[in-house]
Design a binder for this molecule. Sequence first.
Ligand code: B1M
Length: 210
Amino acid sequence: MSKIEEVKAMVQSGKAKLIPGLVQEALDEGNEAQNILQAMVDSMSIVGDKFSAGEIFVPEMLMAAKAMSKGVDILKPLFAGQSTASYGTCVIGTVAGDLHDIGKNLVSMMIESAGFEIVNLGVDVSAAKFVEAVKENKNVTLVACSGLLTTTMTAMKETVQALKSSGLTGFKVIIGGAPVTAEFAVSIGADGFAPDAGSAAVKAVELVKG
Ligand code: B1M
């Protein structure tokens, strides 16, 4: 089994302690950080499918998530600081009621590497907290909202509405996450949508540049 396949298998089985070493070994073998990341993303979709099929339960899903986060920690410095541009501050969070943060953290990492300062509000972030963060931080040019649950799409709508009716200006709102579509983004008044972390960074720059 190649190192990258080992990373994939160990993320799936939630072996968090083994992951940093394996990811480092995969890098040392000459694998691209992007390919290692993709292997871990693929693992999480397999985990999701097994959860849907009733083969695994929430604790296993949580362990796989912890394992992937450990792997992302090793890869993060390799994605950092690739841009010399400065596009202001991006406030990012997962919307109220939603605890999923791996995708949000990847989006944050890619937006940061595109040239934004990041204020990461974490998970289960209320609409009011997003608005407060725009008020409290300097030069906020972008607000990024992530959501993974169909049930929290209403929280995303409330967040976008709260931001747009706050009277605050100078920033754009981008949304994304597995159940989110471009049509949904338009329907709730968001300025942009992206299907994955890489395209979120591209869209972020496009929105802020105008
Ligand atoms: Co949850 N969960 N989960 N879960 N979980 C999903 C999302 C699910 C699809 C699994 C399934 O049923 N197949 C399902 C949602 C179904 C739905 O609503 N449509 C689900 C469910 C049901 C639940 C619970 C309700 C389970 C329960 O308790 N019975 C519960 C809800 C808890 C809550 O949030 N209130 C729950 C809990 C959890 C854990 C806590 C155990 C854990 C999360 C831990 C963590 O994040 N720290 C977890 C996990 C790990 C998953 C799966 C398996 C993996 C998610 C993940 O990290 N994917 C997931 C199944 C799946 O995704 N196939 C599942 C990898 C990540 C890189 O991808 O997050 O999609 P993703 O991010 C992508 C894109 O979506 C996009 O870019 C990212 C990278 O390219 N993106 C953006 C994300 N945010 C963006 C923002 C943008 C732009 C793009 O702009 C701002």
